[in-house]
Every structure is written in C-alpha cells, then in structure tokens.
Design a protein around this ligand. Structure first.
Ligand code: ATP
Ligand code: MG
Length: 441
C-alpha cells in the first residue's frame, strides 16, 4: 500500500512503472472507439504524448464494453484546442477539452499533479478538500491524483503498451478496489470518492480493500458538504448503470444511502424489510433490466420510486385532514421534493415527471369516470407501470391493475411512453438477484 508520504517520495524519485507490452495484454485497437483513436493519433502525430486512461482501459481489460473513452496528454488545453476544430474547453475546477464528434464527446485532459504530494497545498481548502486542480505535470505526476489503482492504467498509443505505476493490473486480476495513497486523505480531498468506491465495487463486482473500506464509516459525513448538483450527478451514475440493486444494497450496508435520499432512508430504518424495501428493490431491478436490455430508463421514474414511500405516507395524512386524494398527492409530492432538493438537486423536468406519476396514482383510483383523459395523459404509461410495481410489492391493488390493464387494451393510443417490462420475467430475475444477494442483506 502506498501512502501519501511514500507517494511523495516515490513521485520525486520518478519510479519506474510496470510496462505491459502489446503482446501481453488483451487491449486491441478494435475495442477502442474510432473517435477516441482519432484523438489519440492526432495528438501523437503532433508530437504530444497521448494515452487512453481510466474506465475504458479498466473495462476492456475486464472484458467489458467501456461506457466512455477518456484521453490524457501532455498537451495543454489551449494546445489541444489548436489541434481540433471540434474542441470546447470546459470546467473551472479542472480545465478539460471536450472533442465533439456528432453526439459523442471524447474528453481530453492534460496531465496534472496531485495535491496530496504537493508541499504548498495550493488549490486545496483548509479542510483538505480540493478546490482547484490545475497544476500541470507529467504522466508520473498524473497517476497519483487518480482515485483507484484500477482507474490509473494508461494505454500508450505510441507502442500500444499498458503503463501501470500503482499495481492496478494485479488488483484487477484479484478483483480488488484500492485507493491510491492514504485513504483518509483521499476521502477528505474529495468525499465523492466514497460513493465512487461503492459504484465500482458493485458495478464491477470487486472487493473493497480493507484500508480503503475502513475510513468510510468515519468520513462519510463529509458527503453532507458536497454540492447538491454533484450529488445528483452521482445518483445518476449509481442507479442508472445497470447495477442499481447491488449498489443500493452496498449503499445501505455502509450507511450512505441517507446522503442521497434521507427521507426514504429514515423510513427504511424505521420499518425494516417491508413494503418500502420491497418496492425500491423491485423498482431498481426493473431499471437494471431495462438498461441491460438496451432500453432507456428515465431519472424521473427512479426519483418517483425513491421518494414514493414518504409521499404515500404524507398523502394519507393529508387525506385524513380532508384533502382530496389528488390534492393530497400534489401537496405531499411538493413537500417531499422540496425537502429532497436540499440534499440533491434534480432538474425540473424530472421533478415534474415524478409529480405526474404520483398524482396519477390518485387519479388511477377513480375508475369509470374520465378514464380516457387519464389514459391519454403523456405519463399514463409510467404511472401504470408504477401501479404494477406497487401491486407486486404488496399493496392490494389487483382490481385497479386489472381495470387499467383492460382499459389500455381497449384504447390502443393510451399513454405515449414505451411500455416498461414488468412481466413475470422481471419478477423471476428479481428473485434471482435477491436470492443470490441474500447473504449480503
Ligand atoms: P466510468 O465507467 O463510470 O466512466 P471512470 O473510471 O472512467 O468510470 P470517470 O468519472 O469517467 O470514471 O473518470 C475518469 C477517470 O478520472 C477515472 O478513472 C479516474 O482515474 C479519474 N477520476 C475521476 N473522478 C475522480 C475523483 N473524484 N478523484 C480522483 N480521480 C478521479
Ligand atoms: Mg469514464
């Protein structure tokens, strides 16, 4: 394990990395996206160093298809811009180049030196958080600022070798997630690394190294100071990556779910493993299934599910105070959302969608009257799927489900959303996931 003191010395000594030649690893240019290759080659031809780094190298080595391709170089942002017409410089904390190819963006960053090995602590707040990160360096500086060893492997376009300074290859082989440097310092610098640890552990099925795991308990409260917009971005990465069920289980295990959905977390703690747990697990399983089958999954539905139990409970309070079901759902939705956005921001279009789904739950209770208007509501399909999830999770809604299933068959134009797959298949695979994970619960 390399701690920050050692890494400082090591970095000064310019340690020699392990270089794995092309003949000894499985990364071929066939697996690298054409646009990323174009960027790598153009940088190389202009006599800059250029490497593929991060998730793409890691995922290809694991035999997975990468989500995106990140490039790192010794060219400065302005020099990158000179090379690419389709380039935009972005970011305040890090200045990055985005090279745009149609809808696809290849992110190119310049080698930077880390803060935990710089003496001056420039760019760091008094509490150790990184506030600026623009000290340029070389590859052997850049490696130490990265989070996990498995995310710090560099694929060199010059000779197609993989460069490993931190033992990332070995960690990949043994399925281990390990922070580079002193874990406590690394979490203080950027507490979001705690959530990243959970994300990579669940998505890649890795074991978190004990040194990386230990401080999570004592330092997770630092997540309270993370800007709500950044936490929202993390929520999307955590729950829309096809492994939401495992991620949720790990977040609960490490008591981290409360930083993302505090209202739901509290209810889960009060009432162990009941309807609300069942409901969330089913909603997440359904989301995973959609993503793994190549369908889209909207954050609006996810949000509606994650906040449903607090909305349901508050609605019934309002109803007992003589509000109509629809009014109660609207008011409860507004109250729960305004509490939620003090933890994580949420774009308006998704809060609107969640509200629609919740109020439609009340409107779906009124059968016979105004069926057609409900059926034609653009969020009817999502609301119907939501109703199914509720029924499958233990609410006694069979009659309503039957009614709206039949109404839809009679009205083929009902709803505009693509049907969500909630049939038996989703149930059985849910059971599989649950059973295989039971030991973790
Ligand atoms: P994904 O598959 O989710 O894209 P990734 O590892 O590529 O995973 P990114 O968020 O795209 O993750 O970041 C790219 C790389 O930048 C990471 O692999 C890591 O080396 C570095 N990095 C990103 N976020 C941090 C962070 N908070 N602290 C240190 N290094 C980071
Ligand atoms: Mg990435």
């Amino acid at each position: 394990m390399i701690d920050s003191k050692e890494s400082k010395n090591i970095s000064r000594l310019k340690i020699t990395p392990i270089v794995i030649p092309r003949s000894q690893h499985i990364i071929s240019r066939m697996q690298i996206n054409d646009n990323a290759l174009k960027v790598l080659y153009r940088l190389k031809n202009a006599k800059y160093k250029a490497y593929l780094v991060g998730g793409a190298v890691r995922d290809i080595l694991l035999g997975r298809r990468p989500k995106d391709f990140d490039v790192v170089t010794d060219a400065k942002p302005e020099q990158i811009r000179e090379l690419f017409r389709n380039c935009r410089l972005i970011g305040r904390r890090f200045r990055l180049a985005h090279i745009q190819f149609g809808k696809e963006i290849i992110e190119v960053s310049t080698f930077r030196a880390p803060h935990h090995i710089s003496d001056k602590n420039e760019g760091q707040a008094k509490d150790g958080r990184i506030i600026r990160d623009n000290v340029y360096g070389d590859i052997d500086d850049d490696v130490w600022r990265r989070d996990f060893t498995i995310n710090s492997l560099f694929y060199n376009i010059e000779d197609f070798s993989v460069v490993d300074y931190v033992g990332g290859i070995k960690d990949l082989e043994i399925g281990q997630l390990r922070l580079i440097g002193d874990p406590v310092k690394r979490y203080i610098e950027d507490p979001v690394r705690i959530l990243r640890a959970i994300r990579f552990a669940s998505k890649l099925n890795l074991k978190i190294h004990s040194d990386t795991e230990k401080p999570i308990k004592d330092y997770s409260n630092l997540l309270e100071n993370i800007p709500s917009a950044r936490l929202y971005e993390e929520i999307l990465k955590l729950f829309l990556n096809g492994h939401a069920v495992e991620t949720f289980i790990l977040l609960r295990k490490y008591n981290l779910f409360k930083y993302l959905f505090p209202q739901m977390d509290q209810l889960l703690n009060e009432t162990q493993k009941n309807y609300s747990y069942e409901f969330i697990m089913r909603a997440l399983n359904n989301t995973d299934q959609r993503i793994n089958e190549g369908d889209s999954a909207t954050p609006g539905f996810l949000l509606a599910a994650m906040l449903w139990e607090p909305v349901r409970i508050l609605s019934s309070e309002y109803i007992s105070n003589n509000l109509s079901e629809v009014e109660a759902a609207k008011l409860a939705g507004d109250t729960i959302i305004s509490k939620q956005i003090s933890s994580t921001s949420i774009p308006r279009r998704y809060t609107h969608m969640a509200r629609d789904i919740w109020t439609l739950q009340a409107r779906l209770k009124r059968t016979k009257k105004k069926s057609l208007r409900v059926l034609m509501h653009p969020k009817f399909r999502a609301a119907y799927d939501f109703l199914l999830l509720r029924a499958q999770s233990g609410e006694r809604l069979e009659n309503l489900v039957d009614y709206w299933t039949k109404e839809q068959l009679d009205e083929p134009l009902a709803g505009k959303d693509k049907p969500r797959k909630l049939g038996n298949r989703s149930n059985s695979s849910y059971r599989r996931t649950r059973n295989s994970r039971k030991k973790d619960l």
